[in-house]
Design a protein. Sequence first.
Length: 325
Amino acid sequence: MVSGRTIDRRTDVSRARSVRVTAPGKINVSLKVGPPREDGYHGIASVFLAVSLYEEVTATETAGGISVTVNGQGTLNLPAASIPLDSSNLAVRAAELLAEVSPGHSGVHLDITKRVPIAGGMGGGSADAAAALLACDALWGSGFSRDELAKIAVDLGADVPFALVGGTAVGLGVGDLLTPAISKTPLHLVLVTSDYGLSTPEVYRTLDALRLRNGVEPDAQPEIDPAILGAMRAGDALALAPLLHNDLQEAALELAPALGDILETGRAAGALAGIVSGSGPTVAFLAQNPAHAAELETLLTHEGLQATSVQGPAHGARITADHAG
């Protein structure tokens, strides 16, 4: 476990009320990216799938202020020491935003247990923010509905609303315009993480540069292939495998060529398909069923890779404990 760090912890939290919330990481089963917009962002069309790798945030009442500790557990690709502990931390920003509209707010300490790879293209920071919103809402008795929290979440980043709702969804705009999609039959995947991260803005800049260099004109309004949603609705991994797509993958491979070797290793080990998740560098391999996923995880681990089997869709942010001091 990576040792935790803290700032501005103002009271003994051992006797205070605390609320613990989990929120999932995600992969982009399909991600199409449009050209840069006037605001600097890119329009996207994506199918988000929440997976069974959860961040955990415990919010505890304090005498005043907002503080945070970060601990690492399970699959991490960067030290927790690399995570900011000020207002640039998404979970802290989430608590600050909610406090602005919650008359009954108190001080709060956020203890984050990281399980989703850091800077790995799986929305771990967004899951922290979603968990912090739900935990603080319960702690302060703010009384916001899930939809109201999702509206607050938009100001924190495009992936935060999805971490609140989980499941499967189509994301348009910059990913913040969500439409739930039916996907009841579990899909099984094996994630391979790296011991480094990739900057999402840098991956997008690299994509733009590659398109300019290669004379590629992206669709101004990218769309989702309906066949992807049909395969996911049926839980048909064989039908879904050839449909996996990520416009950012070429840019991620440009910045981290070793990802190409990982993709090839997974395919050679029998994965139905492999894809870089979001901006990377996490790679997701699709398996046919739980036994196949377990076998694939073992084979990839024997190849010296950091492999973890997961399934999706997973539930969104959820309260798992509420203890009175």
